[in-house]
Design a protein around this ligand. Sequence first.
Ligand code: ATP
Length: 328
Amino acid sequence: MSKKISKIGVMTSGGDAPGMNAAIRSVVRTCAYHNIECVGIYRGYEGMMDGDFKLLTARSVNHIIHTGGTVLKSARSAEFKTKEGRKKAHSNLIKEGIDALVLIGGDGTFTGGLIFNNEFNFPIIGIPGTIDNDIYGTNFTIGYDTAINTVVEAIDKIRDTASSHKRLFFVEVMGRDVGHIALNAGVGAGAEEILIPEEDLGLDRLVESLKRSKASGKSSSIVVVAEGDKIGKNVFELKDYIDENMPEYDVRVSVLGHMQRGGSPSCFDRVLASRMGVKAVESLLEGKTNYMVGILDNKMELTSLDKAVKGKSEINMELLRVSDIMTT
Ligand code: ATP
């Protein structure tokens, strides 16, 4: 029989994402609903090793559902990757009387949690919070919907200036390993081309496609480029290449950068985070451990953390086709 859980620790770790506060709020209030205590762990694994804890009540999380970032702060910790660091974290949790953890973060956070569980048999449940949507076992991660809406809004504005000056814009968006943001925001913003890590369009085809687009009567173009696009050139090298090969275009670059992480979470992210927080706490209370909460076909589902970390989040091929057709 697993030990009865009466105090849960919650933390955010890795890259911050809009909606993390809604998830913290949900975890805290679900604990209150079930009459158990909830402790906020500040600065992720760093704070766990420093004993940076604070008891949170249902009222501690008033008025945070609409805010971006994370009130618990986030950090990346090299020390937690050492056995000594994890021992320190474990003894702090025991001292504080914490019986189980809800980890809000990405696959690095989950990997650390799995190692920790393996060493100390400490119950953990993960909630996927990252704007990249790159986690297996969930259709959506917390923060992704807000991020793609932020990107669409930015591209809409760039298009206004692009079309006024007959310019070609390369817009770089986040996504080192997966192109979810580029593909979805690119389709949503009506981009002429979308370059993602999953598909190598090739420079020749890019030039061909831009020429076709110009010949069909378009006087300005937006090309959305994921950071890790397969052509292997960064946006500035892409600009140089087009400058050389299509001198008729006035080419500009816009790197959206960290603004993609910020802002008030969308309604979708707030609701998703609220649902995931409830499922995470109730799963721990049912004695479950080493799972990640995900949303699959609009239902809360558990996937083993091991699978969530090892599995690959696939791009939607149908959307890729839609994007091709829309650029006709
Ligand atoms: P994002 O997807 O936004 O980058 P993430 O959770 O993947 O989020 P990481 O920086 O990769 O972010 O991981 C967060 C923290 O998890 C690390 O700083 C480290 O403390 C811990 N961690 C990651 N990998 C390991 C590991 N192999 N062993 C122990 N701890 C780890």
